[in-house]
Ligand binder design. Structure first.
Ligand code: HEM
Length: 297
């Protein structure tokens, strides 16, 4: 008699049951971390829907929605670019779980931004094309959006398998020029207050510097704490220089000392360069703590 007990075989969980943004792992386990990030990513959209329902978008609701979706799109794009450096600096591998989700959310806000723009032109194709051709900032925005659409279309596991890891990674480096073009579009269209575009340009400078520096180092090596401190200082100085250059172009070179003074005197408000310095200092300190912890364990 055969007494061998039959080991029940676990059936694999079908893809549709485990591919949701709030799940992780091959079994599709519920992930509180991913679920929390998903809620945070949805909050701006829900807030805008709420304001729309309440007729609380001011005299030009569609324009307000275009501005809000553009702003949230570029902010989230920037956050998605920070995920890898922070994962490496803080040695916190789980951050990688949310990178794609944040990138897809940024892309979705920006696609909505473009759709709302076309709605504002009453979906009149002739008018849309003529306006875009006439305005440099729209052409630049469109280039950025085209790159992001390519990334969105290839962001699935299926496309990753089809393209192969190396090619997929190369293609997805397009996110850097896309973010730079997006920031440029933002900078060009802004009418008076350049605070946020400057902040974004400062953070982008840090991100580009980090990537370039890390590229020079052996595979898997982290940047030393002193290099992060230097990078933060460099990005902050570049932001201040950008602000000075902008005002000297708009008003005249005589305004430059006042810009520098405003950056040194926090009583006049904290300028973008100082915010970049503060954020980069926070990251440098966190890197120092992570290094000490890693040496102890
Ligand atoms: C990745 C691509 C893009 C990014 C990151 C982006 C981001 C932004 C941001 C941040 C703003 C300014 C919000 C503010 O001033 O508060 C803005 C404004 C605007 N964007 Fe984009 N945008 C992109 C693509 C596009 C495209 C493709 C179009 C249309 C062809 C477009 C049309 C506009 C318009 C018309 C405004 C100004 C609205 C106004 O001042 O009345 N954007 N965008």
């Amino acid at each position: 008699m055969n007494v061998t007990a039959r080991v029940p075989q676990k059936r694999p969980v079908p893809a549709w049951k485990r591919g949701w943004p709030w799940q992780e792992g091959a079994a599709g386990r519920f992930s509180p971390f991913k679920a929390a990030i998903l809620v945070l990513l949805l909050l701006p959209a829900l807030w805008l829907l709420w304001r729309t329902a309440q007729h609380d978008l001011g005299p030009r609701p569609l324009t307000e929605l275009i501005l809000q979706t553009g702003t949230w799109g570029i902010r989230l794009l920037l956050v998605s670019l920070f995920v890898t450096p922070l994962r490496q600096i803080l040695r916190h591998g789980r951050l990688a779980l949310v990178r794609r989700m944040i990138g897809v959310a940024a892309g979705s806000y920006l696609v909505t931004h473009f759709i709302l723009y076309t709605a504002n032109q009453a979906f009149d194709l002739d008018k849309i094309v003529t306006e875009i051709i006439k305005a440099n900032y729209l052409i630049i925005g469109l280039c950025a959006l085209t790159a992001l659409l390519l990334l969105l279309a290839t962001s699935t596991d299926g496309m990753l398998r089809r393209l192969g890891g190396r090619r997929w990674q190369l293609l997805h480096r397009l996110v850097f020029p896309a973010a730079a073009l997006g920031a440029w579009h933002y900078f060009l269209q802004v009418k008076a207050d350049i605070f946020q575009p400057l902040l974004i340009i400062g953070f982008l400078a840090w991100l580009f510097g980090y990537r370039l520096w890390r590229w020079q180092r052996p595979q898997g090596a982290t940047l030393p704490v002193w290099a992060l401190a230097l990078l933060g200082l460099g990005a902050a100085l570049l932001t201040v220089a950008g602000e000075a250059a902008y005002f000297s172009w708009k008003i005249g070179a005589a305004v430059v000392p006042r810009v520098l003074e405003a950056n040194l005197n926090v009583e006049m408000g904290v300028r973008p360069g100082i915010w970049v310095l503060l954020a980069a200092t926070g990251v440098t300190l966190a890197a120092g703590l992570a290094t000490i912890r890693a040496r102890r364990s």
